[in-house]
Design a protein around this ligand. Sequence first.
Ligand SMILES: *Cc1c(COP(=O)(O)O)cnc(C)c1O
Length: 415
Amino acid sequence: MTSLTSKLNENGQGASTRAVHGGAKRDKGFHAMTTPIVQTATYAFANTAKVIEFLDAKVYGGELDREEYARYGNPSVWSLERRIANLEVAEDAVVYPSGMSAVTSLFLTVLRPGSHIVMTDDCYRRTRQFCETTLKKFGIETSIVPMGDRDALEAAILPRKTRFIFTETPTNPYLRVADLNRVAELGKQHRALTLLDTTFATPVNLRPLEFGIDFVMHSATKYFGGHNDVLAGVIAGASGRIKALKDARGIFGNVIDPHQAFLVERGLKTLALRVRHQNASALKVARFLEDHPKIDRVYYPGLESHPDHDIACDQMSGFGGVVSFEVAGDINATSDFIDRLRIPYIAPSLGGAESLIEQPAYFSYYDLSSEEREAIGIKDNLARFALGIEDAEDIISDLEDSLTQVPARAAIGKV
Ligand SMILES: *Cc1c(COP(=O)(O)O)cnc(C)c1O
């Protein structure tokens, strides 16, 4: 992995150049500038000799430069996979129709009954549910440890049973940042695979494989697609491991549609432009909110007040486009504040051109009571702002206008 990293860095290309050209074939067919959408279910052979030539290469190993059947491969999908692998400095990548499809396929392919997973507590809620319900049915146990508790992470590892250490960076909604050197080292020491979900960071800000992490995953629905118009997911890593996942995908049948792949590839070209803009606006917004009297607390790894600020500075080249904060008021004052905003849409998700805002108490945790949410650290007055690509000044004046209308605490009476 190290040699691959240095080879890619040797040509000195920046993230934007790589986002546009990296991993792309110069000749994409039909003299087209963009990768054609190859909308086909099957592929034809000229004669039996061509069939045999193809099968020889497939079975005995050789240069496979054509497809056979769309569940096993599609040029639009392969192109996207090469481009993402290039950005992650990975040997290879495998793309799926959603982020959840990516993570569930990885676990189902690699784990067996009796395996054990260690994951950190503010991982994506559906991933955690999959581990605690579906995987449990197959005899696979999951231990959840508090994010940022290094000792608990090590203590949860069961010798010879723990097959995966899984964490995210930055996490949702508190934007915690894992110490990747430490996670990679624990994995190697205990022969456990390490998996990092860096949907919130993107390879523009963080490339976990360079730290020795085995697999990186993304919901490509978010920054990769970048326009709130497509679902996709990806896993990148060493070629042998990714090949096993591609073989499994041919059996599971969870293939991405070529048009979906095209949309993600188109989004990728502006990834670095968008993410750098979002990094800069998010930092401005976070600083503005931190100084505002109607805000109790701001969570953003770019702020000195964030518990993981130092590790984020060491590891990341930008802190991402999501800012979480607590409004100085109760659950209703917070939703009123959100309802008054004019720029962001009230919606789950992140990473697109449009800013989105949500109140986690409602969006992801409506089924829990206020006390249950409090127990897992989700406060009623918490808001999560996922910045789009609008101008930071406009976002800030929108926030300012709505915040001035948040009633002062004294006025609603303290008990
Ligand atoms: C959205 C998201 C997922 C799930 O991805 P889908 O594309 O919605 O299936 C997983 N992890 C993180 C961190 C996410 O934000």
